[in-house]
Design a protein around this ligand. Sequence first.
Ligand code: FAD
Length: 349
Amino acid sequence: MPIVKDTSAYKNVWVFVEQREGKIMPVAIELLGEGRKLADQTGSQLCAIILGKGIEGLTQELISYGAEKVYVAEHDLLDKFTTDGYTKVISDAINEVKPEIVLVGATHIGRDLAPRIAARVDTGLTADCTKLAIDEEDKKILQTRPAFGGNIMATIVCPNHRPQMSTVRPGVMDKAIKDESRKGEVIKLDVKLDQADVRTEVVEIVKTTKELVSLTDADVIVAGGRGLGKAEGFEMLKQLADKLGGVVGASRATVDAGWIDHSHQVGQTGTTVKPQLYIACGISGAIQHLAGMQESDIIIAINKNSNAPIFDVADYGIVGDIYDVVPALIDALDRADDLAAALKEVAGK
Ligand SMILES: Cc1cc2nc3c(=O)[nH]c(=O)nc-3n(C[C@H](O)[C@H](O)[C@H](O)COP(=O)(O)OP(=O)(O)OC[C@H]3O[C@@H](n4cnc5c(N)ncnc54)[C@H](O)[C@@H]3O)c2cc1C
């Protein structure tokens, strides 16, 4: 790799805005929130780059989320995501405009795209970051990510190459706050792309018909672990989750056992969540699980083993068998509902 000596030519923070069927993915809004902080700390501008066909209508939304400049690449060949097409257009834009920092969401698309771009523009990339900060002295970005199965947190710096690139785990950063009154500049990129550049052909996009859970949006998550002993245990947790207006989460052990779909998995290789209430039922609290839920506002742990590490992060702990405790909780909530209904009736009379 040649040493880039003149890093001063590179300016501003770029956020790659992933859109699917004209909808901005939530991770892009999280990155605009984080990008704002980095831009403020480095005294630079926050910019968004968005690719697609017929997506110009989204630019104002990105401005309202804090982008000062929005680079737009519109082209028929960018209608659906392809690694080739997106890599070429973004790499060309980076070489021309020279951003200092480029943030990409660590979604399936982002994880496919970012390494290609990094190789093409000859720079460093840190994958799947969970924390970003700016070094006060040299203003370089400190990119922190779990490594070695989550057992250590590694902080990585890209000293001599530009842009400094990171993919960032969805669900970790706070979303940017929308303000419709914000103003920004929309810059159309001159897209140089022809069919020969895009070797991938999208034949069909199949959407899964299975029930999908949105763990990142849930206020309440009732999660189950190997302590459930069997797939049917999740039905009991679903009852509790329904009572509380929440969704069901799971440890990897239960997903590996085939008891529940991976879309429910919380943790380092699943989803990172920050609900108001996380109830961990029969989950030991392995570091890889904690990595995905320890930022929850309130954590309640139910486990037979009082030494289980989950109790170290729990605000409330119940030592007991989940098959005793969870039905008792459902029962108590039922009685509370009955009481509320009775009180309403009395009040109405
Ligand atoms: C690279 C890597 C990535 C990983 N990513 C993830 C991830 O994203 N998410 C994740 O969850 N894991 C992940 N893991 C796996 C992780 O290390 C643990 O193996 C897993 O979290 C354990 O799941 P568990 O707590 O359900 O099971 P266990 O560790 O087996 O714990 C079961 C718990 O249930 C309790 N129990 C048993 N019966 C009952 C009962 N009747 N009532 C009450 N309590 C009971 C036990 O005391 C025990 O504490 C990863 C591992 C690696 C190496």
